[in-house]
Design a binder for this molecule. Structure first.
Ligand code: PLP
Length: 385
């Protein structure tokens, strides 16, 4: 299947991901497939250690290359990007910089959050935060609910771009406008969307954006990032910190705390060196193929999932409108864990949450993968709602 949009030979693209030779891999919402280039990049790190020992200057350049590549991905400047060990580490750092002691101490989250983007805010209750959780209705969160929840007492709105449970995509620019109009900060967790759709953090009007490398960005666990809008950085002084967050890392100063002037102030300790190699290589593939081609390809695949599900009368729990989801589509199941296990026996890799089967293609999947999945699902009809 060659894309008329950019002449991409998708069969060749697919051949770069060895797992696809023996698995129907539709689990990119959990962990992306490993590309040859990403594997080779890690090998280079290991070989160089045997050859040369420690190469700190080169390693730190790799970390900076990741920062620059992430900045390009989300349309911001590298100074606005922190490279972190996880999304949790980024949010922890921002939360530690907020003052909840005044009248503006409300944190607005929703039912769509990944646990870390709720638990960290509940942890701030000990510091005076009041957490308000907006409830979903039939798998959606109407914008009016944000309108009602965000007020002059709101310090920050922290919510997911795409929900990891049902794949629903939220209108982040609209929520960011509401937050800004009330003087509140806006944090978007874009882990489940970046790499599958074009998303410009600056244009979206968010103050803070978090994401990580192990899913659609084709890298690995143990490395993530956080964008913080330039104008905001100086006003946020993290109290969760470390030596790599200082203005001058090489000063080795044990007499004071002097956070970096850039978003690096939200980092902590030694960068995850092997992970930077893999993340850099994964991001390079995304840039090479291009987000427009990737988004178009994923639309074809998710449309095929939607159509096959509707035709078979399966219950799609993701909104059918492509503007309201990204790559992940979910089906209601009667026994989701059993279904995932049965499919795994047939070399079909998917995952589940809350009674839903999560089907998460990436650009390396093709229509034959979707067909194979649905042929298997028809055999396991009793496990679907
Ligand atoms: C929406 C979302 N946020 C955050 C995470 C993970 O956060 P962390 O990097 O802290 O493990 C995930 C998945 O692992 C996710 O799906």
């Amino acid at each position: 299947m060659t894309s008329p949009a950019n002449g991409q030979d998708w069969q060749q693209v697919r051949a770069r991901f060895p797992v696809l030779e023996h698995k129907t891999y539709l689990n990119s919402c959990s962990y992306g497939a490993l590309a040859h280039e990403v594997e080779a990049s890690l090998q280079r790190y290991l070989l160089a250690r045997n050859e040369n020992g420690a190469e700190w200057d080169y390693w730190l350049e790799r970390n900076e290359a990741v920062r620059t590549s992430v900045a390009r991905l989300i349309g911001v400047s590298a100074d606005e990007v922190a490279v972190t060990a996880s999304v949790s580490a980024g949010i922890d750092s921002v939360a530690s910089a907020l003052d909840f002691s005044g009248a503006r101490n409300k944190v607005v989250i929703t039912d769509f959050e990944f646990p870390t983007n709720a638990q960290i805010w509940y942890a701030q209750e000990a510091r005076g935060a009041r957490v308000i959780r907006i409830r979903a209705e039939d798998g959606r969160i109407p914008l009016e609910k944000f309108e009602r929840a965000i007020d002059e007492e709101t310090l920050i709105v922290a919510t997911a771009h795409v929900c990891f449970r049902n794949g629903a995509r939220q209108d982040i620019p609209a929520i960011a406008r509401m937050a800004r109009s009330k003087g509140a900060l806006m944090l978007a967790d874009a882990y489940q969307s970046l790499g599958t759709i074009r998303f410009d953090a600056g244009e979206a009007g968010v103050d803070i954006l978090v994401g990580g490398m192990l899913k659609y960005l084709l890298g690995t666990a143990g490395i993530a990032f956080m964008y913080v809008r330039k104008e905001l950085i100086a006003s946020l002084v993290p109290t969760v910190t470390g030596w790599f967050a200082q203005q001058d890392i090489t000063a080795m100063d044990i007499t004071r705390y002097a956070p970096a002037l850039s978003a690096r102030r939200f980092e902590a300790g030694t960068p995850p060196v092997p992970n930077t190699y893999m993340a850099e290589a994964g991001l390079a593939i995304l840039h090479e193929i291009g987000l427009d081609a990737i988004e178009a390809r994923i639309r074809v695949l998710t449309r095929a999932i939607r159509d096959a599900a509707l035709e078979a009368n399966y219950r799609l729990s993701t909104p059918a409108d492509p503007e309201q989801h990204a790559a992940m589509m979910t089906l209601d199941a009667t026994d989701d864990h059993r279904l995932v296990a049965e499919l795994a026996n047939e070399d079909i890799v998917v995952s589940c949450r809350d009674g839903r089967l999560r089907i998460a293609p990436h650009f390396y999947n093709d229509l034959a993968d979707i067909e194979r999945l649905f042929q298997a699902l028809h055999q396991h009809r009793r496990l679907l709602a």
